[in-house]
Ligand binder design. Sequence first.
Ligand SMILES: Cc1cc2nc3c(=O)[nH]c(=O)nc-3n(C[C@H](O)[C@H](O)[C@H](O)COP(=O)(O)OP(=O)(O)OC[C@H]3O[C@@H](n4cnc5c(N)ncnc54)[C@H](O)[C@@H]3O)c2cc1C
Ligand code: SF4
Length: 571
Amino acid sequence: MGIMTINNKKETTFDAIVIGSGISGGYAAMELCTKGYKTLVLERGRMVKHGDYPTANMDPWELPNQNKVPHDEAEEHYFKQNRLNWWVNQDNKHWINKDDEYPYDEVNRFDWIRGHHVGGRSIMWGKHCYRWSDIDFEANAKEGVGVDWPIRYKDIEAWYDYVETFVGVSGQKEGLKQVPDGVFLPPFELNCAEQHFREEVAKVYPERVVTPGRVANLTKYDPKIHKGLRGQCQNRNRCWRGCPFGASFSSLSSTIPVAEETGNLTIRANSIVSEIVYDENSKKASGVKIKDSETGKEIEFFARIIFCNASTVGTTAILLNSRSERFPNGLGNDSGELGHNIMDHHYGMGVSALMPGFEDTYYKGRKPLGFYIPRFTNIDEKTKKKEYRRGFGYQGGISRVRNIPGNAIGEDLKDSIFKPGPYRLGMTCFGEMLPYHENKMYLNFDKKDKNGMPIITFDAKLRENEMKLREDGIKCAIEMLEAAGCEDIQSYNNLTAPGACIHEMGTARMGRDPKSSVLNKWNQIHGVSNIFVTDGACMTSSGTQNPSITYMALTARAVDFAHKQMIKGVL
Ligand SMILES: Cc1cc2nc3c(=O)[nH]c(=O)nc-3n(C[C@H](O)[C@H](O)[C@H](O)COP(=O)(O)OP(=O)(O)OC[C@H]3O[C@@H](n4cnc5c(N)ncnc54)[C@H](O)[C@@H]3O)c2cc1C
Ligand code: SF4
């Protein structure tokens, strides 16, 4: 699409605008297009099409430096995002922004891991999908923490069914109230050692369930749903590079192609949305302003409804930058909560150990995940903890360690690689973080980036509840390894900064009262009915579950609501 001028209003007017093309933006675009709305997706990053995955088929020996980014390059370009020394590698660095080109400031350290391109982080996400339950939706109200969620599980249950059916989530039903079962494709089975772990843990701790991870990798192809666009998972375990088979759910493989097929979609890459324009007369948004990052031109686009899906931080930055007489502190910020209550999950704590008894066994393939242990503390009176609120879950796996003597070479090396080695278990604890008003992001209007956008500043940290929860997370993990007969048990507790778990959320929270929240129960900005925020910014608490499937369910629900409002002529 060519450059459009502000004067050419017909070409710059759409039914709907979606800001961002990542997990939630792709979903919003598909739902809007299939309902017949001419939809413009504005994406600040470069164009990427399904299949443009430069490292997807590279073998380990084809990646320089054993896949590591050289020290100098990491220091120059990834000095914030690679502080943990694992997020940026040769096979994925093209999906991650360079810190020197996309600066942000920190009062307290915040690891903001992200990439600007069509597809957003849907290309490299880990695809773990777990439903929330009323234990999560009711927690704030019961404990007097933050504000009450304006929805309950019954409000979103059918939307989980709806998105899981399309996304394709593999998993095993367990009947747990804290992580409800969903519409599952066949699970990736636990390997023999993982199955043993599940059984031994259950004997001692029946409430701790080791289940196959629930992931958005197609284990079964359904021609009616996937319509030749996606294929079955090949067990290659390279999903974060982009999946050429489309087995892994992403905007590129899944939602954008369906939106495109309708003929209603326009995607405009290299389009940095700087602000949403508020019309004082209609008391609605009239559209958005963008800067074309290639030409430097500023263009205004117009639409009846706007979906904000630029990610938790991206969306909130746009809203804070959208100042008018009516909203001098940022669009929709009557409550003063915009930018506050930022949350993430916290990790960097976990265990590893040898699992004896399987030295003569093999398994086939490279399944792209291991097991999940859903939260089991503070579920009910029996599991209540005095020391802290909420809980934690674990992600882990057990695999055969290669049995290679240090100096083996040639035939010796080959021989030893094919000999089964011991099995080693590793599992990481993911803890819930509470919403604190003091944890925030804001804009520094005195300091601009190369595109003229005020610099984002983070000021958030983990607090007492998180610290206590971490200690118990490790203690409970060790108990399980001991129950399963593990040897050489090692544990670690290396505090991570918020952001590092890449589940940032909460900066434009949903709530019942416009005085204390930014969005209502339909993800609409209180007081500006034609703007919907359905990325992680909307979250009122963080739960322990990976959140993206919930963003998708809320997005589909909000589009359905907007559609009905438009039919009625309310929007
Ligand atoms: C390595 C990794 C593993 C992960 N694993 C999991 C997991 O297992 N399960 C899970 O639930 N989540 C996981 N996540 C998190 C998940 O990727 C995010 O929750 C999800 O992508 C958020 O979706 P989104 O639509 O809000 O944002 P994104 O997918 O980040 O997309 C936002 C898009 O908006 C664009 N944008 C930003 N600002 C602007 C602007 N001003 N104008 C125009 N466009 C803009 C961005 O360029 C981007 O393309 C993982 C993330 C990573 C990186
Ligand atoms: S393991 Fe499956 S989902 Fe992942 S890249 Fe390979 S085929 Fe795709």
